[in-house]
Design a protein around this ligand. Sequence first.
Ligand SMILES: Nc1nc2c(ncn2[C@@H]2O[C@H](COP(=O)(O)OP(=O)(O)OP(=O)(O)O)[C@@H](O)[C@H]2O)c(=O)[nH]1
Ligand SMILES: [Mg+2]
Length: 217
Amino acid sequence: MGGSLRRAGLAGAALALGAGGAYVAWRCLARAGDPVPRAGGEQGKPQSKQILVLGLDGAGKTSVLHSLATNHVKRSTAPTEGINAVCINTEEAKMEFLEIGGSESLRSYWKMYLPRVLVLIYVVDSADHERLPLAKQLLHQLIQNDSTLPVVILANKQDLKGACCITDLHDALALSEIGDERKMFLIGTHVAEDGSAISSSMKDAKELIAQLVSETQ
Ligand SMILES: Nc1nc2c(ncn2[C@@H]2O[C@H](COP(=O)(O)OP(=O)(O)OP(=O)(O)O)[C@@H](O)[C@H]2O)c(=O)[nH]1
Ligand SMILES: [Mg+2]
């Protein structure tokens, strides 16, 4: 795909009502010809309560988002090839999450969306020891020019044998260097096999994000 991420339009729209409120999920597919969709909409104005979800490919961004939206875990089976947008309503906030795929060819688009969002969610595969230095490097690059953007780091795949514990991840990602000014949180998560209700840590993450969004708005 290289530098030619393209937008095909909306496909697979879904609307559902659940315990956590209504959600709408859709996926922007890739196709040659159209420009990258901007996070601010047609007029380029920032939309309210947008949250960017980034992290390396396979970290679990889509799986986590789906779980947050439905309150039930369901692992994703396919990589995100462009943008995955999910709206989640809670009592506190109406939030639009934008996941951009984490494959190498898509990472150059990550920064384009940053100035328009209220909160950054950065998902890390806690068991992917080999790529933790890369995950760290990309996170630091992303936020180096914005000292106040709140960041929630989800240390995902805590269920896997060999997953780094939260303390080790804090060190591996050099989170103490990220600065005192910003609100920053590191939460361990896992997306269990299909069907069960989300874990308490996932619920906590959802509440925290809603709270951050309300405060930052
Ligand atoms: N064991 C385990 N597997 C997980 C977890 N979360 C996601 N997975 C699996 O990890 C793989 C990648 O998950 P995705 O949600 O597609 O990852 P992603 O970050 O959206 O990846 P891209 O869209 O390619 O950037 C899938 O096979 C998931 O089933 C988790 O907490 N534990
Ligand atoms: Mg994905």
